[in-house]
Design a protein around this ligand. Sequence first.
Ligand code: NAP
Length: 280
Amino acid sequence: MRWLVTGAGGMLGQDLCAVLAEAGESGVVAATRAELDITDADAVRAAVAGADVVLNAAGWTDVDGAEAAEEDATAVNGHAVETLAKEAGGRLIHISTDYVFAGDATVPYSEDAAPAPINAYGRGKLVGERAVRAAGGYVVRTAWLYGAHGPSFVRTMLRLAGERETVAVVTDQQGPPTWSRALATQVVALAGAAAAGRATPGVYHGTAAGQASWYDLAQAVFAEAGLDPDRVRPTTSDRFPRPARRPAYSVLGHARWAGTGVSPLPHWRTMLTAAMPSLS
Ligand SMILES: NC(=O)c1ccc[n+]([C@@H]2O[C@H](COP(=O)([O-])OP(=O)(O)OC[C@H]3O[C@@H](n4cnc5c(N)ncnc54)[C@H](OP(=O)(O)O)[C@@H]3O)[C@@H](O)[C@H]2O)c1
């Protein structure tokens, strides 16, 4: 198959390219932002024309920055995705987010739950999702990603552990800490299932099983690093005001994987242990 990976220089993009390389795929065009700006419609048309599968890992990921620049964020996360979706149709797997949900649920959001974003980033991502669904493509929503490439909460905790005696971390947001490498493997498997006719287009949730608060995750990171988890102290998000509101509850259900032959991702705690050697 001929693959196009957009956003190939990002955290997930680099892992997608690594997974494809390990799988022995040779027809991979790994397009970083410098090589393919997805807001350039002509360049997108030309790039998509030569691909059997398009994995869109490009995105405006500055959630707080999007509040003051919603048009710019939506140009990337919404309108550029509309072009990609029109060109690629069912050949597109697009990465979206838990931030399309309000976060006021108490049980995991199903793939069909009604989106209601509470910040500018989420609104822009929803524009993109809707375009992909209308064009018959695949949406994989993920959340709370960390990985070997680029900054993430887990890597920040590892750094702070070396700099401070205690670290205050919020207890009042629940989510599924998800290793980008495991997600990349799942996305590539979804492409295979789609090509084999086992996965219908629509929304899939590429997040870890289980749930944790950022505080739980920080404690687990300290424990994995052989450090005292009690150096992580509980606090609440009202102590850390930020421009963009965050959903309090970001746990997603995984029912849509049934019958595809692709496994849902493992429990977040198991995944963290597997990921640790690649994170320091
Ligand atoms: N990280 C998370 O916790 C999380 C959670 C939910 C969903 N997601 C989604 O997962 C996907 C991958 O995110 P990530 O975590 O890998 O973030 P990332 O490391 O910031 O990667 C995003 C990549 O997209 C590139 N990009 C930005 N604007 C572009 C444009 N106009 N054209 C082409 N490329 C562009 C960025 O390049 P520059 O760095 O040069 O700007 C970066 O390489 C995104 O769709 C994101 O919304 C992430």
